[in-house]
Design a protein around this ligand. Structure first.
Ligand SMILES: [Zn+2]
Length: 389
């Protein structure tokens, strides 16, 4: 008996050890070994993500099946004249503004928003509690032209800009313009002053300076933000859903990082004027809520998120500008854009964004986000760059 039970115990222990080795890594279905084609495999078919036409139909369907609990409107138009949608759900006093795909080749956030809008417009008690306590305004795929063309930039020439702002004739194009596309990195076109008018002396600018609202896409987001400020005073939360290089690992482990998050985009708020509502601790608490929600998924790749580099100063991003105005800010950088090797993992990566974002919104709805320790943010593991083959 004794011997047998010792053997059994030992056998279980060694089985558990083997099991732990397997489980501690990324589950087999999501495994990307370090130095194994990271970022160099052929991208999967673009068709696994919704087209503009499918996005339009899906939003119409969500509005209709939710019986209007999810309200869909055209917030503005892209440079090529496509609709930029906003979907609003909930009637709470706290507002969460969340957008996806300001970079056109970063799709997972859009798929996650469609799924969450469906859920929040549903008839579960959980959805009703969220609607009572939070107003969620989602802009799925801000950069609709880049989405159709699968480019990071929007689709716009410098001549288009000069036609809109004749005072810029003869000025060197903005630093975030890529003439080969042609288009702008829209996420460098923001300014904490929502009334800023483009001035020739502010061009070409650089990444340490504020942007200009020269693109219709940034103008659309600014107008939605300004409207929410009029309505709520401060836009309490702003979440921006992106994708990053697929090959980062998590410091101190063998895990590949499936997501990086951040609440830090401004090194010194006083450098950009007087912004009394800037609240870095609120941003840190919001990020901790996302982190906790993904850790609660247990020992799985859902927990393998990391902290985006903290030595950044990006006042021309939507996150940087809106943080100065007083929004608690969260950046999601999900592994792999459409040119990377994320194809097999699309379902997992989308679910990961849903889980983290829903965790934040739930913590806002029940008030628990307020009691989170902002210092816990500093404990999120850093990410380490891994080269592709
Ligand atoms: Zn991005």
């Amino acid at each position: 008996m004794r011997t047998k039970s010792r053997i059994t115990a030992s056998a279980i222990a060694s089985a558990a050890l083997v099991g732990a080795t397997v489980i501690a890594g990324v589950p087999a279905a999501q495994a990307i070994p370090v130095n194994s084609h990271c970022g160099t495999e052929t991208a999967g078919p673009r068709s696994s993500f919704v087209s503009h036409e499918q996005l339009t139909k899906e939003l119409e369907r969500i509005e209709s099946t939710s019986k209007g609990l999810v309200e869909v409107d055209v917030a503005g138009y892209s440079n090529q004249g496509r609709e930029i949608y906003q979907a609003r759900v909930g009637t709470g006093d706290t507002v969460v503004l969340v957008q996806s795909q300001i970079h056109g080749n970063e799709n997972h956030g859009t798929e996650a928003l469609l799924s969450l809008l469906k859920e929040f417009g549903g008839n579960s008690a959980e959805a009703a509690a969220i609607r009572d306590n939070v107003t969620i305004v989602a802009i799925p795929r801000l950069n609709v032209d880049g989405g159709e063309r699968d480019t990071r930039q929007n689709h716009m020439t410098w001549d288009d800009v000069v036609a809109d702002f004749p005072q810029l004739a003869g000025v060197q194009p903005a630093w975030n313009y890529r003439s080969a596309t042609p288009g702008f990195d829209v996420n460098r076109d923001f300014n904490p002053d929502l009334d800023y008018v483009p001035a020739p002396e502010d061009f070409p600018g650089n990444s340490a300076r504020t942007g200009w609202y020269i693109t219709p896409e940034a103008q659309t987001l600014r107008d939605v933000y300004a409207g929410l400020e009029d309505e709520f005073g401060v836009v309490d939360y702003f979440v921006d859903l992106h994708n990053q290089w697929p090959c980062y690992s998590q410091v101190g482990t063998d895990n590949m990082s499936t997501l990086s998050i951040s609440g830090r985009f401004i090194a010194d708020p006083t450098q950009f004027g007087d912004w009394p509502n800037f609240d870095y601790d609120a941003s840190r608490r919001a990020n901790v809520a996302v982190y906790d929600a993904l850790q609660e998924r247990g020992d799985s790749a859902f927990g393998h998120l990391t902290l985006y580099p903290q030595d950044t100063n990006l006042p021309g991003t939507a996150l940087g500008s809106f943080a100065l105005r007083g929004s608690a800010t969260v950046l999601f950088e999900t592994s792999s854009n459409t040119q990377s090797d994320g194809q097999k993992r699309n379902g997992f990566l989308t679910k990961q964004v849903e889980t983290g974002l829903k965790g934040l919104i739930t913590a806002v709805a029940d008030g628990s986000v307020e009691s989170l320790d902002p210092e816990a943010y500093e404990e999120i593991p850093e990410r380490i760059f891994q080269p592709a083959d």
